[in-house]
Write a protein that binds this ligand. Sequence first.
Ligand code: SF4
Ligand code: SF4
Length: 104
Amino acid sequence: MNAGNSCLTCGACCAHFRIVLHREELLHVPLKLTNQLNEQSFCMKGTDVYPPRCIALEGEVGQGVRCIIYADRPQVCREFNEYELDGSPNPSCFKLRGMVPPPH
Ligand code: SF4
Ligand code: SF4
C-alpha cells in the first residue's frame, strides 16, 4: 500500500496478504502490532487469520482507509504498489480490485 490516490480508497492488499516482516524491522514496526512466527520472522496481527485484515488498517476497504503506521510500515508493504518503479501496472494490485491492468 502506498500513498497513491487509489490506495486511499482501497486497502485491498492490507486485507488479503499475510504481511511478514523480519525481526530487524521491529526497530520501526511496533512489536505490539505483530505476532512472532519464528526466531527471525513476525507478521502483522490480523494477517495470519482468515479472512485477513491488518491491525494497522483503519477504515472501510474499498471506501476510505488509512495505515496507522504508514511511515513505519513493513518493507513488503512499501514494495506493493499500484504501479511498479518502471511505471508498469502491478497485476496483483489490479486483480485484487477486480480490475484489468491498463496497457503499459
Ligand atoms: S491493492 Fe493496490 S490500490 Fe489497493 S491499497 Fe493495495 S496497492 Fe493500493
Ligand atoms: S502495515 Fe499498513 S500498509 Fe502494511 S498491510 Fe498493514 S495497514 Fe497495510
